[in-house]
Design a protein. Sequence first.
Length: 94
Amino acid sequence: MKLVGKIRLLILLISLLSFTYGAIAQDSGAAGSGDKENLFDDSANDLYLVLGAGAAGAVLGLSTLSFRTEPSEHLKSILVGGALGIIVGVGLVA
């Protein structure tokens, strides 16, 4: 039974990475200009990326509930998916 949980976690991580792969190709050419407005825009974009990755992870965690016999006992899958999404998002931003 534990092997099934590890496989599901691996599938969730791979899915999160595939959803956020497009964010890696961001243009960061103007990041070194020192302009305060540009810094604010970059920070806002980073925040949107992290929140989007967290939301995508939560949706993936939510989608795993349909495979459970008692979905109400596994609601923490949504939180785990969201947390993993935020971690992946922060990793992409950093």
